[in-house]
Write a new protein. Structure first.
Length: 168
């Protein structure tokens, strides 16, 4: 996250690098390299199928993902989950259980401009709305446990989907 930083964003003086942070000796500014939090849902329908979304933007345009996205600054993770599902799918959901948190990278290769992420996943059910792709989603798909797509956008999806598959 801080690899490309050379100057302080507050006073424009040169910064000092430390393990996982940068500091400005001139004004005292400090920034830490943190994983950006996300919230996503494994929404299951009455037939036991899982809702997945095909990404309409990079990174990983055209690949399958779970609906969700980044938390806004100071946003509650469950509020972000509701917002992202409504934005991407048009669905109102009821979160059921926190499935877990997984670290990943937002981008095709680690390096400058690629963000570390902390991805939180909930099981959920739709309680309203009309399912339609929107925002950065090009297509919605419902998949059975033995029908999951192979082209997954992020590496953390494999373990998460395997946990979901085993819960049947």
């Amino acid at each position: 996250m801080l690899d490309g930083w050379r100057f302080c964003p507050k006073c424009a003086e040169s910064i000092e690098r430390h393990d996982g942070s940068v500091t400005c000796p001139a004004c005292g500014f400090v920034a830490y390299a943190n994983s950006a939090p996300t919230a996503s849902a494994l929404v299951e329908d009455d037939e036991g199928r899982l809702l997945m979304v095909r990404r309409a933007i990079d990174p990983y345009r055209g690949m399958w993902d779970l609906p969700g996205g980044f938390l806004d600054e100071g946003e509650d993770p469950v509020a972000a989950l509701h917002r992202e599902l409504r934005e991407e799918t048009g669905l109102e959901i009821e979160p059921l259980q926190l499935l877990g948190g997984y670290v990943d990278w937002y981008g095709p290769e680690r390096g400058e401009g690629v963000q570390a992420t902390l991805n939180l996943f909930w099981t959920a059910r739709a309680v309203g709305g009309d399912a339609n792709p929107a925002d950065d989603v090009g297509e919605l798909g419902w998949f059975g446990r033995d029908e999951l797509p192979e082209r997954l956008a992020f590496s953390n999806l494999g373990p998460v989907l395997e946990i979901w598959r085993q819960r049947a």
